[in-house]
Design a binder for this molecule. Structure first.
Ligand code: FAD
Length: 361
């Protein structure tokens, strides 16, 4: 049986919850369909030692401040899961967990949302599926001949899983630096950290707070026609969170340039020398999880969808929220997703009002 609603939000992580909060404030009927069985989005799947790079009061969704934990400046992932679980309940958001959306299609003046739990006809859709379910692995020669274990950031849990092993960590971003530090500080893992270009650490006194300020200032400058101030990337790539600082200062975090290929039992470097390895951890990023939108045929350059703010340029009933700066400045952060979520809800409210005038059904 097909159900009817104003808006379907696809994904119930922080972006989907922020959308739900603002849709509720706008008084729009909506449902949030989330593939995960439990609240918390990707935070429930991250590695054991992961902590936020901003304090709690700079990691809040609209309406409710994330509480700080005594003695802990940077909350851990479990704290974020607790916060999102509470947020969902507190605002009584209509989240249906364990409901995966397979396809979104056009159906006359509505969008049809097909999930494994049922079908919805909606005036608008907000897609907030994140990137965690689409890990990116680069095409590196020899990847299929390596006989050791290969895993991505999404599969890494804890150093104890690699005790006594030789591990190569690939990636010069935050995940690469943090996982290499986690393994190196454990003392029982032989770690080699590999980056495509020399790692760029942000100054030690810069954390997520400053990054958010820079992203906001950039947006304001662009909006006011004052040109591009360079954004966060101009400062560096790696936030020197406490474990990264500790590993770096202990001389345990020295990066080697990328190897030229994988071999059966390790890697070969540009100069022909070899290093044996039992495992490779690919910390090589993510792509937006957009396969459910394929029937809309909107995908442009490199699989991204052209947006104006959060609205899809070629399908104004569709909004994309939380994937990265292309869906709003800092929208892939806890503190940054509130504003684009509010703008999306307002835009959809206006659309629904126009829609109802033309078709009150
Ligand atoms: P997700 O949390 O991934 O949620 C997406 C939800 O959509 C999931 O629940 C999933 O089940 C669901 N879903 C996916 N596909 C479907 C489908 N087809 N149908 C239905 N449901 C679906 N941000 C910060 O603010 N501070 C930090 O310190 C910080 N650290 C980070 C560290 C790491 C290692 C990573 C990867 C990111 C970090 N981020 C941080 C960035 C960002 O806050 C997170 O990536 C965040 O989880 C993104 O939220 P989201 O709601 O967009 O996506």
């Amino acid at each position: 049986m097909t159900q009817h609603t104003d808006v379907v939000v696809v994904g119930g992580g922080q972006a989907g919850l922020a959308a739900g909060y603002h849709l509720r404030r706008q008084g729009l009927d909506h449902v949030v369909l989330d593939a995960d069985a439990a609240p918390g989005g990707s935070w429930q799947h991250m590695w054991d030692s992961l902590h936020l790079f901003s304090p709690a009061d700079h990691s809040s969704l609209p309406g409710r401040l994330m509480p700080a934990r005594p003695g802990e400046t940077y909350p851990d992932a479990g704290h974020v899961v607790d916060y999102l679980t509470d947020y969902e309940k507190r605002y009584d958001l209509p989240v249906q967990h364990g409901s995966r959306v397979e396809a979104v299609r056009r159906d006359g003046d509505r969008l049809l949302v097909e999930a494994d739990s049922g079908t919805w006809r909606a005036r608008a859709v907000i897609s907030a599926t994140g990137t965690w379910s689409r890990p990116f692995l680069p095409a590196v020669p020899g990847r299929s001949v390596f006989t050791g274990r290969q895993l991505h950031t999404v599969n890494y849990r804890r150093p104890a899983d690699f005790a006594g092993r030789r591990v190569i960590v690939v990636g010069g971003g935050n995940s690469g630096a943090q996982i290499a530090s986690d393994l190196a500080l454990n003392g029982q893992v032989e770690v080699t950290w590999v980056t495509q270009r020399p790692p760029r650490f942000l100054p030690d006194d810069i954390d997520g707070r400053a990054l958010f300020d820079v992203a906001t200032a950039r947006r304001r400058a662009l909006d006011a026609g004052r040109g591009d101030s360079g954004g966060v990337a101009s400062l560096g790539d790696i936030v020197a969170v406490p474990p990264v600082r500790a590993a770096r200062d202990a001389g345990l975090l020295t990066a080697k340039p990328m190897f030229s290929r994988l071999t059966a039992d390790g890697v070969r470097w540009g100069d022909g020398s070899r290093t044996g390895a039992d495992a490779i951890v690919w910390c090589t990023g993510f792509r937006p999880a957009l396969s459910h939108l394929a029937p809309l045929q909107l995908r442009g350059v490199r699989g991204y969808i052209a947006t104006e703010g959060t609205r899809a340029v070629d399908e104004p009933r569709l909004h994309l929220l939380g994937y990265g700066d292309w869906t709003g400045p800092a929208s892939a952060t806890l503190i940054g997703v509130g504003r684009p979520a509010r703008d999306a809800a307002r835009d959809i409210t206006a659309l629904c009002a126009r829609n109802r005038q033309g078709n009150p059904a």
